[in-house]
Each structure stands twice: as C-alpha cells, then as structure tokens.
Ligand binder design. Sequence first.
Ligand code: ADP
Ligand code: DP6
Ligand code: CO
Length: 366
Amino acid sequence: MSVFQATTSAPVNIACIKYWGKRDNTLILPTNSSLSITLSQDHLRSTTTARADPTFTETTLWLNGKVEDIKSGGRLERCLAQLKKMRRERIEAKDPNTPKLSEWNLHVASFNNFPTAAGLASSASGFAALTSSIAALYGLSSFDPSKPSVSSPSELSLVARLGSGSACRSLFGGFVAWEVGSSPTGEDSLAVQVAPQEHWPTMHALICVVNDAKKGTSSTSGMQRTVETSALLQHRIKNVVPARMQAIEKAIKDKDFDSFARITMADSNQFHAVALDTAPPIFYLNDVSRSIIAVVEELNRVSYEKTGHLVAAYTFDAGPNAVVYTESRNVKQIIEIIVRYFPQVESSPFPDPFNLFSGSQPAAAP
Ligand code: ADP
Ligand code: DP6
Ligand code: CO
C-alpha cells in the first residue's frame, strides 16, 4: 500500500516594514505593503509533516505534540480548502488514474524549534510550512517550468496568507515584499522576492529573547482593534509606508546599511506608536525592550560620530523580544555589549547560538 506523506520546513521572517491592519479579515488582505527578511533554514523554523489516507476519519493538526482545534470556517480550514481545490483542478481533473487525495482526510503534525505565539513570528513559519508540506503532498510544488499546472512560490504565498498574513513572506528566502494589492478578491496581494539572501550575505539577525511566554494580545485581535480605533494608523497607511517601501527596497538593492537601519528602526517605532494609539492601548514592549532600544541608539550615536556610519538596527514585532540586524563585521561587538548589559539565564528555548540571548526576564511585565 502506498503512503502519501510529505515533510517540509519553513523559516521565520522578521519584518522591517510592518504589516499591521487588515482591510479584509477573512481573506487576510492588508492595509499596507510590508517587507521582511527570512532567516536561514537552520535557525527559527517550523517543520511540518502532512499525510493523507483514505482510512483517516477526520482531519487533525498537532502543534508541538498537542491537538489544535480546527475551527469550522476558520483560517486553517480555508488554507486546506484552497489546497484541495488546486489539487482537484490541476492534478486530479487531468489524470483520472491519479489517487483522489483531495477527498481524503489529513493528519498534519508541526513542531516549532522556538517559542510559539511569543511575538517571534511562529504563525509565519507555521502557516508557510503547513502550506508547503501539503502542496508537496499534493504534487503542487515544483520549480519545473515544463509543469505549468503546479504552483510557484508566489501562488503558494496566496494560500499561506489565508492562514496568517505574515506567513506569505516565508515562502521565499532573503528579502521579501508582501504587496498590498488592490483586488477585493486578493489575487494580487502576494509575496515577491526583492533580493535573495546571497545578495547581502553579511546581513545578520540577532534574536534577543526577552520573554518567551505567550503574548497577551494576539496579532490578529490587536491589529483589528487598531484598524477600528487608531487615526495614526490611517496616516501611516497613506503617508508613510508607500515611501518607506520604496526607500528600503533601494537600500537593500544598494546594500546601504545606514538607510536600511534608519528605516527599520523608524518603522518598528511607528508600529508600536500605532499599538499605543489603539483604544484600549496595546503595550508590546517592556522595560527590557526599551533598554535594548537605548543601547542600540547609543551604539549608533557613538559609531556615527567616529565613522559616519550606523552599526545596528533594532526591530520588535508584537511582543517584547528584539531582533537586531547588523553586518558580519559588527556581530561580535554587538553580542558582547548586549551580554554585558543583559545578564543571561542558564536555560534556553534555543539550541546554540541563540542561548546567548535568551532570558533577561523583565523586572515587571507591563
Ligand atoms: P506569533 O507572534 O508567534 O506569530 P501569533 O499570535 O501571530 O503569534 O500566532 C500564533 C498562532 O499561530 C498559534 O496560536 C497557532 O494557532 C499558529 N501557529 C503557530 N505555529 C504553528 C505551526 N507550526 N503550525 C500551524 N499553526 C501554527
Ligand atoms: C507585528 O501575520 O501574525 O509581526 O495575519 O492575523 O495572523 P495575522 O497576523 P500576523 O501579524 C504579524 C504582525 C507583525 C508584523 C509583520 O510580521 O509584518
Ligand atoms: Co504571527
């Protein structure tokens, strides 16, 4: 008897221009374009195995060994329905002898090698790995141009987007934009690669885990509240993000770290300002996060005075954990300074080298 099973991994991506706000909550269409860097496969990632079998009596998802609730009409169901439709139309309709996997239930098991729902983009790697594993199981993913019936990474990004917006960007490596699009049905709201990782191989992301607990306000509910209540968000969408997208894409193409760093830090700060402008306000940063901002700002000030250049850029997603972007030649110095200012705890959720940054619990969480 044949076994129909596929395993794939997808890395986390960390946004430099933040996605925060939906114009359509069901199709997950954003209010603005965003841009991120996908981490390497061997760092923070989700690994997902999908299996289809005619004897399965229901579809089940295990996340880190525990059964996840599959809500009827929810995101997961929409992702699965779209993948089944693609399998039916592109594979099964063309070959009557091919097994009708689209009619069978699935067992899906996923593991994250880092904290889930803690503001480290687990929904991004999670839904990207889920989409790519089922696409592989269904014979939908191929880079072979002689097989036009199957899907490109941009097409799969449309499916991952139905699970979690940020997930669409994890279908690509390197520097990735998620275009806002204008269609009400969402087919132009997809991810595209701006540059591969090899374009700027000296770029590094240092993950500083301030708190690995599940966050209080999920990204989904937080951004919904922001869309409903924040006037600052409207200003950001119209007057700030479009120009920033152009400027950061140019900085990436030119490998201009100073411009990249200025835009990345400004956008992180505006995203958290928008969270604060929400009613009731959302606080994702804590005292440790703010101290990391102060240390990086001071390092940059001193470096700029001496050399005319910046050395690091902080960015924070919907949680207190910092990601510090820096170039190879500065990695050692930045690690030494962060370790000096923020004493480390022994136990770590990460394999080396991440344990360098784990811990440093805040004195009082907000
Ligand atoms: P994060 O900051 O980690 O992205 P979110 O609030 O955006 O937090 O999303 C967390 C949710 O994403 C989880 O509660 C779970 O529903 C989903 N998720 C996380 N990892 C996976 C995974 N590997 N496979 C499927 N879904 C996942
Ligand atoms: C702050 O993609 O997690 O990390 O689409 O509701 O699942 P949903 O939200 P999610 O939001 C990510 C927000 C962010 C910024 C970003 O990654 O661009
Ligand atoms: Co998320």
